[in-house]
Ligand binder design. Structure first.
Ligand SMILES: Nc1nc2c(ncn2[C@@H]2O[C@H](COP(=O)(O)OP(=O)(O)O)[C@@H](O)[C@H]2O)c(=O)[nH]1
Ligand SMILES: [Mg+2]
Length: 435
């Protein structure tokens, strides 16, 4: 089986640079001929075999080669793998040989793409591979593995199957519109759609748990100028990342840093101090600070406990922390207080933040969670279509059916199984004609 363009592609599958072993993967109709030419023949399928690699008169390496004939390979095409010594010259000579044999370098994601095209992977599993490679924390790894095992695909395919069932009943209602059977079928289809709406809604109302785990939880530190925001971010990341200064308005842009809190990836943002200002650059900083707060999962408002009340320009914080409790003018108030100068209270703040993040990101129960905005968009569309479907009048099941088809297509886009719908459409169209 070959990709649409019939070309054979190759790429380094391991990290670039020097290493003990480097893996080069080849996929397409030229994989077998390349093995034959370079390794002196095809090895036994799926068995690591030591061979001398040579192209014409040029020695390349003594390496392990593997042969995965289609369709039992990652891409579903003929695949060859070369486990080379991980040096630049070795790699480059193999690449030169493969190019000489008429192959081309793969584009980013092209192996996974071919796997999807050949039905070896659905889109959610392909995305899970990217997440597995990117996972930095154990929690991200767990979520990616779960998705790779098909948890999301099963959930979404399950909803699709239920929708196909409801659509079938709606079609029956259209076909038997003149008798009582039609009414009963339509009522049944509506009930099914309503229960899928509930399930979708529950899945969408997850406070971005899975997405925040995958992409990193976004924490914004906001507050008036000089409250100590830059001091706080430096204390959190334990280095001088942001400029700390007694000059108010020093931080102009949003500075984002990565932080590991209790095993969760957190992007913490230092922002410009919130105040009315006539300075154009500072005003832009304030605008960005407000936007950052909007887009964050948690907004920490840092306040100077020695300063009079100031307006925070409409920001609604999740957590208020009072700073500078080392100073005599500090007023004790409810909530956390600390001194970023002496470090007193910092440990407790970190503890509170860690607890909040893990509370927000922990997957509760067994149901798999949404992991990507792409899925969220498609599910929202499906939900809209289903809600609209329920508004179809009793005597117009065909309107209901049309919305269901749109919902099906939206969910199908998540796993990449849209073509099945087209088939289904055709099947049902024939039904109607036959009547
Ligand atoms: N005494 C005291 N000074 C602090 C404390 N935290 C920050 N500062 C000082 O307050 C000023 C403003 O701090 P900075 O972190 O730049 O505040 P930002 O404008 O909110 O980013 C600097 O001179 C800091 O050294 C604290 O807990 N106690
Ligand atoms: Mg600052």
């Amino acid at each position: 089986m070959a990709a649409k363009d019939g070309q054979t592609i190759y790429a380094l599958a391991s990290a670039p640079g020097r290493s003990g072993v480097a893996v080069v993967r080849v996929s397409g109709p030229g994989a077998g001929p390349a093995l034959t030419a370079l390794a002196g023949g095809l090895p036994k399928p799926r068995a690591a075999t030591l061979r001398t690699l040579r192209h014409g008169k040029v020695d390349i390496d003594r390496a392990l080669v593997l042969w995965f004939p289609a369709p039992h390979s990652f891409t579903g095409e003929d695949v060859a793998e070369f486990h080379l010594h991980g040096g630049r010259a070795v790699r480059e000579s193999l690449f030169a040989a493969l190019a000489d044999l008429g192959q081309r370098p793969a584009e980013p994601g092209e192996f996974s793409r071919r796997a999807v095209e050949h039905g070896r992977l659905d889109l959610t599993r392909a995305e899970a591979i990217a997440d597995l490679v990117d996972a930095e924390t154990p929690a991200q790894l767990r979520q990616a593995l779960r998705q790779y095992d098909g948890a999301l695909a099963e959930l979404y395919e399950g909803w699709r199957a239920a929708l196909i069932g409801a659509l079938g009943r709606a079609e029956a209602a259209i076909d038997f519109s003149d008798d009582g059977v039609g009414e009963a079928e339509f009522a049944g289809a509506r009930a099914q759609a309503a229960s899928i709406i509930d399930a979708l809604q529950k899945h969408l109302d997850d406070a971005r748990r899975g997405e925040a785990l995958r992409e990193g939880f976004r924490l914004a530190i906001v507050g008036a100028p000089n409250a100590g925001k830059s001091s706080l971010i430096n204390a959190l990341v334990q280095r001088e990342a942001a400029i700390v200064s007694e000059v108010p308005g020093t931080t102009r842009d949003v500075i984002e840093l990565r932080l590991n809190l209790g095993g969760y990836l957190v992007h913490v943002a230092d922002t410009a101090g919130l105040r009315q200002t006539s300075d154009a650059v500072e005003a832009e900083g304030v605008r960005r600070a407000l936007a950052q707060a909007q887009a964050s999962d948690l907004v920490l408002l840092l306040r100077d406990g020695t300063a009079p009340y100031t307006d925070h320009l409409g920001v609604t914080p999740d957590l208020i922390v009072w700073n500078k409790n080392d100073l005599p003018g500090f007023q004790k108030r409810d909530g956390l207080s600390l001194s970023l100068k002496s470090g007193e209270g910092l440990a407790q703040l970190i503890e509170t933040l860690t607890a909040t993040v893990s509370e927000r990101l922990e997957t509760k129960g067994e149901a798999p969670v949404l992991t990507r905005p792409r899925h969220r968009e498609a599910l929202k569309q499906a939900l809209d279509c289903l809600r609209h479907a329920l508004s179809a009048p009793q005597d117009q099941p065909e309107l209901f059916a049309e919305d269901l088809r749109l919902a099906l297509r939206a969910i199908g886009r998540i796993t990449g199984r849209v073509d099945v719908e087209e088939l289904l459409d055709a099947v049902f169209r024939d039904f109607c004609i036959g009547k």
